[in-house]
Design a protein around this ligand. Structure first.
Ligand code: FEO
Length: 391
């Protein structure tokens, strides 16, 4: 197993999950990595571990550098099992290692592993001297769980922020400049949209807490390590935490017999005529986690649904539930749909948008059975009108 030295005596010893395609409902077409970092000093420290099924891969990498029995500390920056899942097994090989975590981390690890190992709490702002280095811990609750914490190594200007700045990329390359900014940006955006978006305020606070630290490398818990694109990534995060959008629209819809789809495409024509870039996301052919990246970028979120069994199409229901959890803010909304004998379903989509605090400047459109040419022309007009509110 190869190892990668990030800084003198600091190594990446994580694992690459080439096969992962679904991360609790999020499609990870590029796979992922679980990153663990080994710091060789007078005291030997491992920062985070890997998902349990990748334990042997991590241990093989550690053994290239040191006997795991010599590890003095395991830092658990985050309880979620993709990072804590190998702690208990590693402690069988490293019986003298102390597990350090945040206050909420202690509670979370106890609930997950039922007291299989002891933990010690490190307060936010506290440091651990390991001779040449002073590891500093900063709690960053809700980035991504209440227990989340970063480990900062001032002597190496290295930040290990766990889920923050992560991307689901399985790659032989370990650094940002080796995979290229366009792939990195795309995967970091999808990661933020699907994992971190509901906690934008907390992420902003966390970034504020890290201000003033000298950082020339960021080792997140997933994907590649940042050394050349730190400024670019911070610039993206600054936009995302503020819910900044671009003057563009995403039309998310599902249709039963083609009426809702015909309406969607007329709306699309109108928006384009009004000068707004639009992406069409048919829920039969697009996954909700892919659509979230469009949602994050777009000023207007447009939802269309046919009525099925007195409800929205199940695919639209799934999208609504997903949006409710991820809470994109400061967007314009518009709803449309078609029905047979129950026109009330559209109202449910409107209520849903209102609950999310959407601004709905244009009245929704509900069409019985099949739209006639005048009604389709009306949809195009709606698109042109809506475009004025987006630009
Ligand atoms: Fe990668 Fe919130 O765990």
């Amino acid at each position: 197993m190869n190892i990668v030295e990030l800084k003198p005596d600091i190594y990446w010893v994580g694992a690459i999950d080439w096969d992962l395609r679904n991360f609790h409902g999020y499609l990870t077409q590029r796979g992922t990595t679980y990153n663990a970092y080994l710091i060789m000093d007078e005291k030997i420290v491992l920062v985070d571990t890997v998902k349990a099924h990748k334990f042997e891969e991590m241990v093989a990498r550690i053994r290239r550098i040191v006997d795991p029995a010599k590890i003095d500390y395991i830092i658990s920056n985050h309880v979620e099992m993709d990072h804590s899942g190998s702690i208990a097994k590693l402690l069988e090989l490293a019986p003298n290692a102390k597990v350090l975590t945040s206050t909420r981390g202690e509670k979370g690890l106890a609930r997950h592993y039922k007291g299989a190992f002891d933990t010690e709490v490190v307060e936010s702002g506290s440091t651990l001297n390991i001779r040449k280095r002073n590891l500093t811990f900063v709690h960053i609750p809700m980035v991504h769980w209440p227990d989340s914490m970063v480990t900062y190594i001032p002597e190496d200007k290295l930040l290990l922020p766990n889920d923050a700045f992560g991307q689901h990329i399985a790659s032989h390359e370990r650094f940002d400049d080796e995979v290229g900014w366009s792939i990195l940006q795309e995967e970091a955006a999808k990661y933020y949209a699907n994992i971190v978006m509901p906690y934008g305020d907390q992420v902003k606070k966390a970034i504020g807490a890290l201000e003033g630290l000298e950082i020339d490398m960021i080792g997140p818990s997933h994907g590649v390590i940042l050394r050349s694109h730190i400024g670019d990534m911070l610039g993206e995060y600054a936009k995302w935490v503020d819910h900044q959008t671009e003057p563009r629209a995403v039309i998310i819809y599902d249709s039963m017999w083609g009426s809702t789809e015909a309406m969607a495409y007329k709306l699309y024509e109108g928006l384009l005529e009004g000068g707004v870039p639009v992406v069409m996301r048919n829920l039969k052919t697009n996954h909700i986690s892919d659509i979230m990246t469009d949602v994050m970028r777009s000023r207007a979120i447009i939802l269309g649904a046919a009525t099925l069994n007195n409800n929205v199409m199940p695919t639209v229901g799934s999208m609504l539930t997903y949006l409710k959890g991820l809470k994109p803010k400061r967007r314009i909304g518009f709803a449309f749909g078609s029905y047979g004998w129950n026109p009330k379903v559209l109202g449910e989509m409107e209520s849903f948008m209102d609950d999310l605090g959407r601004d709905r400047p244009i009245e929704s459109v509900n069409i019985n059975f099949v739209p006639d040419p005048e009604e389709l022309d009306g949809m195009k007009e709606k698109g042109i009108e809506l475009a004025k509110h987006i630009i």
